[in-house]
Design a protein around this ligand. Sequence first.
Ligand SMILES: [Zn+2]
Length: 444
Amino acid sequence: MMPAPMVEASRASARAVDFLRKSGRRNARAVETVLFHVPFWRIQGFAFRWVFGQRPMTSEGWTSAPPPMERVKELLYRTFDHTVPGFSGVDLGLPSMGVRPQVLELQPLGRSHGGSTLLPLDVPLDQVKAATQELSRDLPVPEEIRPEVVIHRLVGVKFSVIYVPFWHVQCRDQGGTHAVLVDAAGGDVARSIPHAVGVLPQLLAGHRGPPSPVTEIRFLPFRCPNCGWGFPFHRLSFLHLCRTCHRLWSERRGEWCEIPYAVVPPPQGRPWDGPVWIPFWRFRAAVESQGTRLDTVAELRRVAPPIHPLPADPKAGGGPIHFYIPAVRLRNPKTLHNLASRLTFAQPGMAPGAFPQGLSPRSLGGSLSQADASELGPMILGALIPPMNRRAVELLNGCRVELSEPMIIYFPFEQANLYWEEPWTRLAFQRSALSEESLDGVSE
Ligand SMILES: [Zn+2]
């Protein structure tokens, strides 16, 4: 819930009366003041879109005839953070919460919620999910590009409910009854609401219990079920690597389940305790489009030859295609996409192993689940396809990226000035790109 700094009913009444007087109702007075909380659905995630198409060449001298076209591609992305009403019975004139969830500190919804009434949450999650797909499509295609193939994905979507406090102030003057809504979180925003008479009985009748049935809550000891040592704490992480016995665990249906994983060792002569270990999902990938199926790196490269020569790895060509996707959430969606597509492009051929005994590895937690990560598959394929290659671009049309054999692989990232750098592929990203919750436990 959003905190309500305006706790006194008298302040809310005064604000409402002031609002009505300024709009010409000089004799208005407050008769009933009720604090209530309005539910909003919050939808967070990353929206990505690859646009392949043609663009007029921008060169001097194309003045008389239309300029020739060039084939281009452009990656559009943004962090998606949107709110929609979670109530449907009354019209409060509040289509969204604006940017407030991003700038105000949220609190857990307490049992008493300050004695306030909760407006019932009656917009079901399925309805919100359907609307989300539509909302996320409004990434504008650059005007100069004539699109031919567009791939679109929403990745790492999280749904939550936020209750926002408002004062409902019923006022009266000789003209009748007027309802004013005063924002208890912001303080000075007030607005008239239509159908004033209809809202108050609903609020007064509103239930004061928890908004949805809360199922059983249990606590799991936050320590390794194998050796009993405490796990490193990463907020919101679903991966817990025991720093003592090196087993990896995840919670499933209230139990600890062991997760198989592998580790990419540092290059010969480099210390094991230097790097921070970042978990990646590795999937075996197959691409299917218009009756063509690509299963190996050689097949993929025949259809989509790389623009730049690759680091030579003779073994990689006939082997399966592997897609690598960070299991960590990064602040900037572009960094997430870059890391995934560049590591996939490199198809690193190192033989993964295990942490040596006695090492206490510094690792990042995992915040992008297997299902979330696999949503990024088609976007990575888009990154591998050169825009000039018409046949390859056509392959993208209606293609299916099948990801199987999921596996967690820890890659070493060493500190290099302002960057974290992977020593085998020289893949690097800015240190500031890791979100705060991932960094917990790494700074120790
Ligand atoms: Zn352990």
